[in-house]
Design a protein around this ligand. Structure first.
Ligand code: IPE
Ligand code: IPE
Ligand code: MG
Length: 241
């Protein structure tokens, strides 16, 4: 397990990046400005996480519920994603970042799918840290799709109901290639998961920060990691003597 300044470092951190809209409103700006500032925070926090020795960083970027926002905001977020792929890919490659997308790609436009393919293929060799964007993601949707796929395999005779275990389910989710998050951070002062990694976070440590996402920085991440380092994870067992 990686340590930094003798502190236990979570191998996988997942972040609910919340508060972009409020950050903009507090400055008399339109909400999209908050999302633009949010991209800066992604850049900072990714760099800091890699320096800390974190191996996986998952970022909740767009939920399946976020489609219900005004069309201009949704279009703006999708456009920002595409533009950021173009702008950031060289730096991601230089930093050894492997970028991946997790979510239901079928509802995303052809253009967004093109940029997903582009960022995934161009960064495929990255070995320092895996950056996972949860895009058009929600846990209930992910689990529902997994159940459907399993039912179809049973119908085709490829799977037996008695062979389904927690492991087979984990290995069928969008997150199948990644370990469960050790630490889930939510910024923006709300105390909820908003349909994020509900299966995977069964034993994650949770950390809630009042800081709005565009203000979250290296020090904020350090504070979260220190809080994690001070916790004892028992996984339902008793404290060892
Ligand atoms: C999080 O910030 C980003 C997305 C959900 C895309 P919000 O846009 O939810 O910001 P607040 O919560 O309204 O301040
Ligand atoms: C969660 O934030 C989704 C993302 C960060 C992408 P929301 O702002 O959509 O969640 P609620 O509405 O506060 O639960
Ligand atoms: Mg929000």
């Amino acid at each position: 397990m990686a340590t930094s300044n003798n502190i236990k470092i979570p191998r996988h951190i997942a972040i609910i990046m919340d508060g972009n809209g409020r950050w903009a409103q507090q400055r008399g700006l339109e909400r999209p400005e908050g999302h633009i500032a949010g991209v800066e925070a992604v850049r900072r926090v990714l760099k800091a996480a890699a320096q800390e020795g974190v191996e996986y960083l998952t970022l909740y970027t767009f939920s399946t519920e976020n489609w219900g926002r005004p069309k201009e905001e949704v279009d703006g977020i999708m456009e920002l994603f595409c533009k950021s792929v173009v702008a950031e890919t060289p730096e991601l490659k230089a930093q050894g970042v492997r970028a991946r997308i997790m979510g239901d790609r079928s509802a995303l436009s052809e253009k967004v799918n093109h940029y997903i393919d582009r960022i995934e293929s161009e960064t495929a060799e990255g070995e320092r840290i895996t950056l996972i964007f949860a895009l058009n993601y929600s846990s209930r949707h992910e689990i529902t799709e997994t159940f459907k796929a399993m039912a179809q395999r049973i119908e085709r005779g490829e799977l037996k109901a008695e062979d389904i275990t927690a492991d087979t389910i984990s290995h069928s989710l969008y997150s199948r290639d990644y370990p469960d998050p050790d630490l889930v951070i939510r910024t923006g002062g709300e105390y909820r998961l908003s349909n994020f990694l509900m299966w995977q976070s069964a034993y994650s440590e949770l950390y809630f920060s009042p800081t709005l996402w565009p203000d979250f920085d290296k020090e904020s991440l350090r504070e979260a990691i220190e809080a994690y380092g001070g916790r004892q994870r028992r996984f339902g067992l008793v404290e060892p003597k």
